[in-house]
Design a binder for this molecule. Sequence first.
Ligand SMILES: NC(=O)C1=CN([C@@H]2O[C@H](COP(=O)(O)OP(=O)(O)OC[C@H]3O[C@@H](n4cnc5c(N)ncnc54)[C@H](OP(=O)(O)O)[C@@H]3O)[C@@H](O)[C@H]2O)C=CC1
Ligand SMILES: Nc1nc(=O)c2c([nH]1)NC[C@@H]1CN(c3ccc(C(=O)N[C@@H](CCC(=O)O)C(=O)O)cc3)C=[N+]21
Length: 291
Amino acid sequence: MTATLIDGKAFAANLRTRIATEVAGLKDQGIVPGLAVVLVGEDPASQVYVRSKGRMTREVGMNSYEHKLPADTPQDALLALIDQLNEDPAVNGILVQLPLPKHMDEALVINAIDPAKDVDGFNVLNVGLLATGQKAMVPCTPLGCLMMLRDHLGSLSGKRAVIIGRSNIVGKPMAQLLLRDSATVTIAHSRTDNLPELCRQADILVAAVGHPRMVQGDWIKPGATVIDVGINRTDDGLVGDVDFDAAKEIAGAITPVPGGVGPMTIACLLANTLTATARVYGLPDPEGLTP
Ligand SMILES: NC(=O)C1=CN([C@@H]2O[C@H](COP(=O)(O)OP(=O)(O)OC[C@H]3O[C@@H](n4cnc5c(N)ncnc54)[C@H](OP(=O)(O)O)[C@@H]3O)[C@@H](O)[C@H]2O)C=CC1
Ligand SMILES: Nc1nc(=O)c2c([nH]1)NC[C@@H]1CN(c3ccc(C(=O)N[C@@H](CCC(=O)O)C(=O)O)cc3)C=[N+]21
């Protein structure tokens, strides 16, 4: 292996320790941040994430409120729950686990969340604030990727970044954050021509596709920094969107799956909950947790 391993698991543990210190400081002022996670349906993968989110929320000293609703819950009942959480002063962050069941209008549900409590940063207001360079809640997965990139590379200014994937939850906000850091950003997707050739130009390659090991070793520019967002369950376990064994011989640095972007996503969710709490109480944003 020639590439540096970017250890998201260790980075995330460190981030959670810093968050726990901040939370302890708030507790002295009588403030306990609260995160509500809403899960509709019984998707086993989602249940795993929700459980580990709950555990880590409590570990940093925050309150965790878990709401599990059956898959056939009427949309109005979900909206009523969101209203109740919006009004609840003990709840500083609200996450509605995606995807939602088919009978629900995802955009409508997400936009019902109070933007100040939208710790996923998926609400149109936060999307617009990020896109226009204003203070926003930033989506957790891209925020975690940005933190690892800055930590490894320092300045991203002038670097060529290629993001594979244009979803609202990963690809698009990742592009906004890299652009803000003055990278030269290209977003690729399923209609992109000659993807391997495009990827070979990237100093920073972010794969957020959802296809196991799609990114081949020879798609990678020697020395590039590779961030693998993919979480794919296969017969040989959890794998990313990058062929790790090939990529690690060519890349300069790479995130593993598991132990890369996933743990950072959860740590950033806690960071956003802390930031949201600080903002309601008119306190300054905690240092180093926002972009
Ligand atoms: N580690 C973490 O914390 C998280 C991991 N994930 C994982 O990241 C991956 C992506 O998630 P998400 O963004 O939600 O996925 P989506 O399915 O919403 O988006 C996938 C994107 O990949 C593009 N794509 C699909 N096939 C190809 C192809 N052959 N060539 C180029 N582009 C392609 C799609 O293009 P088009 O738009 O044209 O269809 C789309 O833009 C998944 O594996 C998911 O599990 C997601 C969130 C958090
Ligand atoms: N509203 C919403 N916000 C999300 O942020 C959100 C979501 N919906 N829906 C699903 C995706 C996926 N996601 C992950 C979080 C942590 C890991 C994670 O911790 N992964 C571990 C492995 C865990 C395992 O073994 O399954 C790792 O990569 O090391 C993965 C994926 C958040 N998502």
